[in-house]
Design a protein around this ligand. Structure first.
Ligand code: MN
Length: 227
């Protein structure tokens, strides 16, 4: 029993499909990671190094509700698949990266776009636009041992039944093993880390009362009400 002088923060957890919960340690998000159009063949020779930002572990919210946050009038949806790690380390080779994946799930990188834009203009950090309370609605983790490793298949988001985002996981500029390897060169990854893998084109604003439905075949669908 530790001699804490204040109440200890709780470990944040998200559900696992089929039972159990996953304790979250860190949340990394990759910036622009989908080419605007389908990649017909080969890789993009012009790709720039990836960049990452972080959300807080307890920003992940499996409740199915997204309370419209204060201090913004332009809150955008970004439909993303997330990757949950069961182990980590540093300098992980691309070829070994998938060994560290526990599973995959659906998530939304909700963004106060107006505030993010102001921060970009001033060269300041993005947290105020990205890492606010409940900013990452998510579905349960589907174990890789059951659904396999996801590197292709449609990812779609509708708002009130209208398609807003449509892409394919195979359009990611930086693939999941590359993201894990790259991150592990700069940070020590560990069990409990979650990586949001970027969003296809079509991001846009939501309003209170909207219903977002995100889907990836093997991960089912995630319905989130904006309240
Ligand atoms: Mn994003």
């Amino acid at each position: 029993m530790s001699d804490y002088v204040i109440p200890a923060p709780q470990v944040h957890e998200i559900p696992v499909a089929g039972g159990g919960t996953f304790p979250v340690r860190r949340v990394y998000c990759i910036g622009r990671n989908y080419a605007a159009h389908a990649i017909e063949m080969g890789h993009d020779p012009n790709r720039e190094p990836p960049f990452f930002f972080q959300k807080n572990p307890n920003n992940l919210d499996p409740s199915g509700e997204f309370p419209y946050p204060p201090h913004s009038s332009d809150v955008h949806h970004e439909a993303e698949m997330y990757v949950a790690l069961k182990s980590g380390g540093t300098n992980i080779a691309v070829d070994d990266a998938l060994d560290h994946v526990f599973g995959y799930g659906l998530s939304l990188d909700m963004t106060r776009r107006d505030l993010q834009g102001q921060m970009k203009k001033m060269g300041r950090p993005w947290e105020i636009g990205k890492a606010f309370e409940r900013s990452a609605p998510c579905g349960p983790i589907h174990k890789a041992s059951e659904v396999g490793h996801l590197d292709q298949g449609p990812i779609t988001l509708t708002v009130n039944g209208e398609t807003r985002q449509e892409g394919d996981l195979n359009q990611m500029i930086w693939k999941v093993p590359e993201m894990i390897s790259y991150l592990s060169d700069y940070f020590e990854l560990a069990a409990g880390d979650v990586i949001l893998s970027g969003t296809p084109s079509g991001v846009g604003p939501v309003n209170q009362g909207d219903v977002m439905v995100l889907a990836v075949d093997k991960l089912g669908s995630l319905t989130v009400n904006v309240t």
